[in-house]
Write a protein that binds this ligand. Structure first.
Ligand SMILES: [Zn+2]
Length: 479
């Protein structure tokens, strides 16, 4: 291994980790050896095989999303926005998303995976935690594009459904849940560590309200045995929160605590509608339960913000000791946007500019994500960490003038400001282009997937409403 190729990246600005936290290193060097970081500091005097002149670049660790559904995400576009049912407190989970998902075919799902992986990489995301059903394809494409991927094959014992747009009902099929768990376990054994460790797997019972206590606990035992992450969608809607209160006399988070499934390898997808929040008007305690257990939250701020729903608040969870990571969930697959929305929405909720800072957002997108995954070799530029790096431009629309690179990234940048991305030591984005992506083919496949999907929607809606009724065009057609 000592003969692995060494690359020295001489950079004007490096967000380097000194063992305690991120620091701004001016005019330093990052040395990559094979797939890992050998050294970071002001100088390096050892042997190198290649020198990269990045004096006009900012080098940061790659960004991490701990919650994504990339096998469907871009097809939410131009459908899901601006529409919601007040009966369900405007959540899209009960009418919009089931219709969208049921209308989508498998080929469109593959188009979504290709689109999303390229979208993630060009926005500086080097690790994605995918929750879904297209496991084999995701594993295959992770190697193709070169993106570090955690794949969790979802399973559940029931599903929610509405037949009248007023009430949500739960239909149970416990056998299906058991079979799903077995499939996920077999999938884990087959693919965890695939492609030289680029692909890892995790256990993910889909939603706290669609899984039996037994299924949740059995899945947790596997996660503990496999030493892998365990993620469950939790406290993601007002409907779910009050259903769980009715079933158990406890908040979803308190019930998880009682079941013994809150621990450091547990990631709660969302955890927004909780006790102590004005969305529930129910006594506080959930934030403390999360903090005490050492679990993490995958905070997917944008998908809630666009429905008028906000965590109360990102800054407050952090201050109370909860490990916060960021998720991209459905669309866009942009952690840059996730950082920006996490900071800004929290400031708005708290009516405070000095909380939910650029550091808080950037930490969540790097160190917080790494901790959620149980990885101290991700989310940081430090010796021994994986060489997952983003080189940002300094002379560009989002990054000039350059004084504080992290403020520029969190509050101003977009994917156009990303120049080069390394994952596991491999260059996967160069000059802003995802090297393994055929953009034209990706766009065509996604458009075709949408055009097959939209006309089918009426078949899957309880009231047989088509796409144009569920989500009318923003402006009426010219006549
Ligand atoms: Zn989700």
């Amino acid at each position: 291994m000592t003969n692995a190729r060494r690359t020295a990246i001489n950079a004007g600005y490096i967000i380097a980790h000194d063992g305690r936290g991120h620091r701004l290193l001016r005019d330093g060097v990052v040395v990559v050896e094979g797939n890992s970081i050998l050294h970071v500091g002001p100088r390096f005097d050892g042997r190198v095989d290649e020198v990269v002149d990045a004096r006009d670049r900012v080098v940061t660790p790659g960004l991490i999303t701990t919650h994504a559904h990339i096998a469907g995400s871009p097809l939410d576009r131009s459908f899901i926005e601006d529409r919601g049912n007040p009966q369900f407190w405007y959540s899209g989970l009960f009418e919009m998303l089931p219709v969208r998902g049921a209308s989508q075919d498998e080929e469109a799902g593959r188009a979504c995976v290709d689109f999303s992986m390229a979208e993630l990489l060009r926005g500086g995301v080097t690790t994605v935690m995918e929750i879904g059903g297209q496991g084999e394809y995701v594993v295959d494409r992770a190697a193709h594009y070169g993106i570090r991927t955690y794949m969790g094959l979802g399973f559940r014992s029931g599903r929610w459904v509405t037949y009248d747009g007023r009430r949500v009902q739960w239909e149970w099929n416990e056998e299906q849940g058991r079979a799903g768990l077995q499939r996920a376990v077999e999938f884990f054994k087959r693919h965890d560590g695939a492609h030289g460790g680029l692909v890892r797997c995790f256990m993910t019972p889909m939603q706290i309200d669609t899984c039996t206590a037994d299924l949740l606990q059995d899945a947790k035992r596997y996660a503990d045995e496999f030493k892998c992450p365990y993620q469950v969608h939790t406290s993601q809607s007002t409907v779910e929160f009050f259903e769980m209160l009715g079933r158990h006399g406890k908040t979803p988070v308190a019930w998880m605590d009682e079941l013994g499934i809150l621990s450091p390898n547990t990631i709660l997808g969302h955890a927004i509608i909780i006790g102590g929040s004005s969305w529930t008007n129910y006594p506080a305690g959930d934030i403390q339960r999360m903090a005490d257990s050492g679990c993490s939250v995958a905070h997917a701020v944008w998908v809630f913000a666009r429905r008028g729903i906000a965590m109360e608040s990102f800054a407050r969870y952090l201050a109370d000791g909860v490990n916060m990571s960021l998720g991209t969930d459905t669309n866009p697959q942009s952690v840059i946007e996730a950082m920006r929305w996490a900071a800004v929405i929290s400031k708005v909720v708290d009516r405070q500019t000095e909380t939910a800072t650029a550091a808080d957002a950037f930490n969540a997108a790097t160190l917080g994500g790494a901790r959620a995954l149980g990885r101290d070799d991700l989310g940081r530029i430090a010796p021994g960490a994986k060489a997952d790096l983003v080189l940002w431009k300094t002379r560009s629309w989002g990054m000039t003038p350059m004084r504080d690179p992290v403020k520029n990234i969190v509050y101003n940048a977009n994917a156009e400001d990303v120049d080069r991305v390394y994952v596991d030591g491999r260059v996967v984005v160069e000059g802003g282009k995802v090297l393994a992506a055929d953009e034209s083919a990706i766009f065509s496949a996604l458009q075709a997937g949408g055009e097959r999907m939209w006309p089918r929607m009426g078949e899957f809606d309880w009231a047989h409403r088509g796409a144009d009724e569920l989500s009318p065009q923003t402006y009426p057609a010219w006549r």
